[in-house]
Design a protein around this ligand. Sequence first.
Ligand code: SAH
Length: 358
Amino acid sequence: MEDLKAMTRKELAALAKELGQPAFRGNQLFDWMLKGAEDFEQLTNLPVDFRRALSNRAYISFARIERKFISQIDGTVKYLFRLRDGKYVESVVMEYKHGRSICISTQVGCRMGCAFCASTIGGMERCLTAGEMLSQIFTASRDLNVRISNVVLMGMGEPLDNFDQTMRFLKLVGEEKGLSIGARHISLSTCGLVDRIRELAAEKSQITLSVSLHAPNDEIRSRIMPVNRKWPVEELLSACREYTKETGRRISFEYAMINGLNDSDDCARMLANQLKGMLCHVNLIPANSVKESAFSSSGKQRLRCFQNILNKHGVNATVRRTLGADISASCGQLRKAVKNEPPCERGDEGDEDRQCDP
Ligand code: SAH
């Protein structure tokens, strides 16, 4: 079964034709998907027998609002979405001067095992389809009645561990007369799957690549990020240099400041040395504490000091502004809290074959 939400306008037209309909039915289908249709009964301007034929071939994915939190401080909105098979993912909508940004999830859970991250506790349940990634934008944008102009793939999951669906999503989200969000308005955050970064580079991708570095050397990074045992820092940075060389794009490095672990002056100097000469920016993030782990954030002064050292050595670094602090429950925690509650009403069970191929 195919997900209608994960199909391009052209593919929908081809499907309509194949089912004996004129091509314009494809446009109607596309517009319904854009409006966030969730089942075939809603497609009221389509003939009943066409809808029936469609339902034998395809399904429509969705992301329904299960919980919604609005920050009283800055208007940031955090959603817990329920997918068709009853699984939960999180998204956050933030308002900036240059427009609205949504941070979406790409997997239910995550299997990367980073020691400080709530999304990875319990492993990965399944990958999202491109349609489910889009649905998060459709639902949020309709609920808030706003246009969303920027997307960050930085919610639950590792986007490059769900490579094909993520690539399809990038294509769909840019479709003309669709969401029309171009590559330059999209950031993808990865813990460092080097083979995939090289693929993105080869495709001359124009998205902003955010790399979760979090440590200046293998000793510290391998302790908190298992992926580093496969692709150590040097290999990762070499793939990043290649990305910039092929695409002309600046890399954004995420660095969660964890008290006493990676936040010393020495670490800052080592990091500056590693990044010397790269077209990059470092985002210093006060680490969110996660109930299940012993890590806590570095203090404000430590963050400033670390930032100053990087800047002094010619590495561009800023401390990330915290948005939605009052609704936080850092990524992955909300879903976990709801999963531990007694079950509420569930949707259809999903297709097992939508699992990732490791
Ligand atoms: N898997 C991707 C994207 C999802 S995580 C990645 O690893 O980049 C989004 C970002 O949040 C990553 O930079 C991740 O390392 C960071 N993060 C996860 N848990 C965190 C925590 N407790 N405090 C601060 N940042 C955290």
